[in-house]
Every structure is written in structure tokens, then in C-alpha cells.
Design a protein. Sequence first.
Length: 421
Amino acid sequence: MKSSLEFSRGMPRRLLAVEHTKIRVLREQAGLTPQELADRVGVTYRVVVYWEEGRYVPEARNVRRLADALGCATADLTGTPSGTETLVDLRYGAGLTAEEVATRLRATAAGGDLFVDAHKIRSMERNRQVSGWNWRKPECTGRLVQQLAAVYEVPVRMVMDAWMRTRPADEPPRLPERERYGPSASAVEGWEDLNDRQRVYLGEILRDDRMTEAEMWMRRQNQARVSPARQWRKLPFSLDAPTEVVGYTRLQQRLRSAGVHDQGAGATLHALERLGLIKVAKDRVEVAGVGEVDRTLVEITRLGRACARAGLGEPAEPATPAHLLSEWLWGVLLRVAAAGLEGLHESELTGKSLFYLAVGYRPKRQAHPSRGFIELRPRMAPGDTHVLEYRWHATALGQQHIAAYLHVYTDMYPVAAPSSQ
């Protein structure tokens, strides 16, 4: 029987095992007899009976086969909540023995540098010291994490999270930096398909977006309140009121200087929107001396940004490293962590962020699980007689993630602000 440790709030988890009572329940739900299940898994009828009675424990390869036969995830058999997976969970999910993993890793440069064998795989999974000087080098374990992701057929971030749960005292593995390439062929083609007027519009929207980002950075440095990026990236384009009263927006002034701001502005914006390069929205604002007026907002999309950068001869923006969060999710994690021991009431976090960050969530049944950086904890009444409410807290891994990568996020998202969604 292989073992695993999960460090949640600093405490080790029970040894990984299939909950034998679930096998029969899931089999009956699937409408299978013990013999039919045995045939699908490739074992005898008696082995299935022994599994259901708890007399035998399925090996790693059979856990995966059981899950496939029953139409469930391996976590449904082991009882591992989504977002708490350790290294041994990932191996069981892949249906591989330690020997099989070691064999595959030895065929890679990363595995060869670490002289990987089955004993070292088990020691790694049990949070034991692994012999070999290279195992103490984060750049070496970072390359190993990448290879483990390929072997287990899961995202790199899942292996990184599982590693940090399993081995919390280790320095986090350092993933190899991604190479920066020139603009993609699709971005270049997208720019070339635009007419001269559309190119000017897209370029000026990109420049205004950057200027706004710099302004937000300055506000943050001066301890001023900064709205979430999803709000300030919507740039004011025009006001539905006489220009002699409300004047021109900064974007309109830019386009006027370029000689392309005229009655055809709306058509140009909608053409760029149809191509997926910008988003156009409307809202209403209060204007002194006029009252409420309609306002047109524009936001450059990722595709639009790539096309504009290609047209301006700039290198492609580096992608977010595989193990790090988007600006939106980073803001959510910061907000929960900032609540400290008090936590946030469960109603204060809603939306899709929970499916990417919270223990027990996954976007879809067959999708990869959440990061497990936040969790709901009960707040008990005096005397622990009943639960008063549930509150969101950062998990041990969430706190570890912040501590390990705060300096990286500060450079990536200098104006990131906490978000409720």
C-alpha cells in the first residue's frame, strides 16, 4: 500500500486508500454486477468482492481502471477533495506504479540528472529526504515537475501544487522560464487584414490602455484606491453630448491628432469588435451642467493586444507562468488572505473564482480540480453547540503560494486589486 501526506493546516492526512464502501455504492449506481465490474477492470470476481469488503486494497493501476469502469474520478474512490491532491494522488489518478513512473522519468534529462528510481519516487511522495545533491536544487526539481506533468497527463500547476502540499518545507521547485517568441503568425495576419484607419484606432486604444495602466500604478504607489482591472481597462471613448459642452475624451483627442476622428468612428469601432480585437460597451455618467449622459467604452482584447503589438513591431507579451494565477484570481486570493483569522463570510465570494481556487470545487466534472488555495471553515457558536456561519480562509497552500511568489506577482500585476468575483 502506497502512502501520501497532505499538509492542511500543518497536519498530515491519513494514508491514501480507496474507501471500500464506495466501490459497491458506485458499482450499483453504474448498474454493474461484481462480475461485470471485474471483467471491465481485468481482475477476478473474487478480487472485486474482496475490494468491496475491504479485505484487499486496489493497487494504483487498478484504482484508475476502477474509476474508468465506474465512470467516476479516482478522487471519488479515495475521498480526496478537489484541490487537496498530493503527489501520490496524481500517481494513482494516472494509474501508475512508482516503478512505472521511475522508468518513464529515467528516459528524460530531468530524471537522469536526479537518478530517479522507485524508492526515490516513494520517498518524494512521503515527504522524506531524497538522496542526491540535485534534489536540493529548485531548478532540478522544477524540470522534474514538468516531466511529472507529462507522465501524469495533468497541467504543470497541478504537480506544482501537489508538490508544495506534499513537501511544504522544501524550497518550491523553480520551473524553467518560457522562451519569448516574436508575434504569432495569426497576430501578424490579423494586423495585415486591417485597413489603415483601423490600424490607427487599434494602436491608439493600446496606447491609451497602457497610459491608464501607468496611472493606476502611480495611484497605487500613492496609497490611493484603485478599482479592479476589469473596470479601469474599459476606456472612455465618447460622451453622447455636445462636444462644446463636454469636450473630447483622451482617446478622441489622440484620434483627432492622427486625423481619423470623424463621423465614421462608430463604424470603425464596430468593425474592430466584429474581428474580436476590442469590446464596446455603454454606461451612463453624470456630467456637471448636463446631467446623466450615455458613454461609450472600449476595451482591447488579448487578440487585439497581440495584433497591435505585432503591427507596432513589439515582441509578444510573455504568457503567465503555468503555476501562477491570472490577475483576477490573484486579486481574489489576496482579498481572502487579507481577511486573516476572521475570514470572509461565505456570501462575499461568488462567481467562477471558486471553481478555480476553492477546495471541493472543479469547473466541470471531468475538468482538472481547483487550486485549493481557499476553503470554507465553520464558525462555531459558544460551546461548539452548532455552526453559526461559514467563512472563507486561505489554506496552508494558499498562504505558502503567496509567500513564495508575492515578489513575482508584484512585478506582473503592479496595479492588481482584490476582486469579489
